[in-house]
Ligand binder design. Sequence first.
Ligand code: HSE
Length: 433
Amino acid sequence: MMRKRPLKVALLGCGVVGSEVARIMTTHADDLAARIGAPVELAGVAVRRPSKVREGIDPALVTTDATALVKRGDIDVVVEVIGGIEPARTLITTAFEHGASVVSANKALLAQDGEALHALAEDKDRDLYYEAAVAGAIPLIRPLRESLAGDKVNRVLGIVNGTTNFILDKMDSTGAGYQEALDEATALGYAEADPTADVEGFDAAAKAAILAGIAFHTRVRLDDVYREGMTEVTAADFASAKRMGCTIKLLAICERAADGGSVTARVHPAMIPLSHPLASVRGAYNAVFVESDAAGQLMFYGPGAGGAPTASAVLGDLVAVCRNKLSGATGPGDSAYTQLPVSPMGEVVTRYHISLDVADKPGVLAQVATVFAEHGVSIDTVRQQGRQDGGGEASLVVVTHRASDASLGGTVEALRNLDTVRGVASIMRVEGE
Ligand code: HSE
């Protein structure tokens, strides 16, 4: 017979995710109690619009005063699913000050202020868990923080934004342009009315900062993450990728340098071979590929957004935090002990696919090749195709061997200064080989 007092949970936000958290807490109450060792009770739900009918939630629990709720003093766990920096940050801080542990789904806040929030949680001897902040339902934070705690992670390569994966997948499978694919994503509810956070890579960059910090046991801030969106990817880029046996994905890439002395974190569109497991991640799904010394290659795959999938991750954290509370312990917290510096993008080494519009006349290929050589960038393949429009121009596609981003940048700048190069149509990194 379970005699323990119920653990009290305050829910901040009752939208797509919050309402699912409340629903599962009610429908799975007995299982959750059995797994935790004590019942969990929804003690209050802070919302913006109290008049909205919320099925399955006792109206007496609903309040617009989130601050008073987190200050009550009898709350064991605050679940924050509001998102954004404020008021979430102040509410979480207040929750710790008043004795609660926190479960959050807030990637932007954790990427920006994770260090301070972890420090406060540790100071107050409370938990801060946020599995739902990265890739929705997919277990990633816990595997990196706990299951791989005895291994050495060298690389995390992932599709961590479903909206952009849906758009790129549509472009790949139908030959559509970016705008057409975005319009479809919007019509189907995958893209928000303002898609900037997704298509410009801000959402993925926040997730990359969190993943890199945990994977490499160091501090990676949002500002440390190099970011390029995917709005300039064209149908021509996909055609080129196909000719190389590749597709294009918006990737979050976190790497430990070969000498182990630094790390990098970046988000940008990239070509990956069709044979790479990430190439077959379709629609709005997410997947993260982890490479470590002992485990080798691991892949985590699943729904990266949505009410119920994200609530699944929140509930998993809630169970863990409640168990910790009952045993009088806290779970693993911040682990940024390696203090590895984050190198700038210029030091990243990868391969490149460069598409140039050039004059179609003798010596141009040699001129272009010389520029690559002068910057220490070795060419792997070159493909030239004359245009049929009689304008005396050709398309030149150069794929390089591995080179630093700074060397490639210098090469492209010099190419732009050549009279015979009419334009640089696209530059895309090639990953996953
Ligand atoms: N907007 C995100 C995506 C989900 O499309 O994956 C929340 O991070």
